[in-house]
Design a protein around this ligand. Structure first.
Ligand code: C2E
Ligand code: MG
Ligand code: MG
Ligand code: MG
Length: 283
């Protein structure tokens, strides 16, 4: 009887979703332990000025390498972290590591910017301001080089509150970036109302500029918009030389993508692009 029951597709579906649920519950239970054990850590992806090949900054990206489960994609565990009410803790963890890494790079004479992702849900109260202030103080990282990338801007609850929080963060000296511009429910109202200094054009458009006239038109107009509004524009997800060439022709000079550099650990970052860097000479 048991085996015939197991053959029913509905049972298989149920048991697999039950498995996912248990998997996620145990994932949530291990977040703090994983941060402490170094299973959760940061990697850094360079942002390159294509006019001269210099690295002008990096983006901190969180990773979870679990000894038993292997690599857990950030999108997945970030969602679990939110569910567990541990987003504050994870964000603080990333800020601490990112600012310490940024401080170290500056100490070595390489004045790069450090971008840290913050999820829009953290803009619903002032807690994040104190956290960022404390981390800046503790690490000694120059706030003028810190860029906060707001992800999932569609999840901003209240624009006025978010504006207040972002203005406080800017008052610390930091810059604010709108991530994944043009996808999901990112919209012009959010862009218009909030004090962004930079937009990051989503990879969906960037990756398709050589294949799609629409994608090319979108990237071109965002670049133009950035110029007119005096807002920085970064293209994310350039994967091949042809894309890079076209981005340059369009006038998009700040690019992140596998063709230029993949996310890497701090040890490799310190060696990356060491001699092509103008920042080091300007400092
Ligand atoms: P994002 O902020 O838009 O980051 C860019 C993502 O694109 C990263 O994925 C990066 O590894 C990937 N990427 C960069 N260049 C290329 C390319 O040329 N081709 C392809 N296929 N991918 C490229 P990752 O690290 O998996 O992160 C995914 C998302 O998770 C991030 O998207 C961000 O929204 C979120 N995330 C990552 N770290 C953090 C964090 O510390 N805090 C928060 N709140 N979110 C984070
Ligand atoms: Mg980002
Ligand atoms: Mg992005
Ligand atoms: Mg993206």
């Amino acid at each position: 009887e048991e085996s015939s029951e197991a053959l029913q597709p509905i049972k298989i579906a149920e048991s697999s979703s039950r498995f996912d649920e248990l998997w996620d519950i145990s994932l949530r239970a291990r977040i703090d332990e994983a941060m402490e054990a170094g299973e959760i850590f940061c990697v850094y992806q360079p942002k390159i000025d294509t006019r001269n090949g210099n690295m002008t900054g990096v983006e901190a990206l969180v990773r979870w390498q679990d000894p038993a489960r292997g690599f857990i994609p950030p999108m997945h565990f970030i969602a679990q972290c939110e569910k567990a009410g541990r987003m504050d803790a994870l964000t603080e963890f990333v800020f601490e590591h990112a600012c310490a890494a940024g401080r170290l790079m500056h100490f070595r004479g390489r004045s790069i910017t450090m971008s840290v992702n913050i999820s829009a849900t953290l803009l619903s109260d002032m807690k994040i301001v104190g956290m960022v202030r404390n981390v800046l103080q503790a690490t000694g990282f120059d706030p003028r080089f810190l860029i906060l990338e707001v992800t999932e801007t569609s999840r901003i609850g209240n624009l006025e509150t978010a504006e207040m929080v972002l203005n406080e963060l800017k008052a610390l000296g930091t810059r604010i970036s709108m991530d994944d511009f043009g996808v999901g429910e990112t919209n012009f109202e959010t862009f218009f109302e909030l004090p962004f200094d930079e937009v990051k054009i989503d990879r969906l458009f960037v990756a398709n500029i050589t294949k799609s006239a629409k994608a090319k038109a979108i990237v071109t107009s965002v670049v133009q918009m950035g110029r007119d509004a005096r807002i920085g524009v970064v293209a994310e997800g350039a994967e091949d030389a042809e894309t890079l060439k076209l981005l340059t022709e369009i006038g998009c000079t700040h690019v992140q993508g596998y063709i230029l550099a993949r996310p890497m650990g701090l040890d490799n970052l310190m060696k990356f692009n060491e001699f092509g860097e103008s920042g080091a000479r300007e400092a």
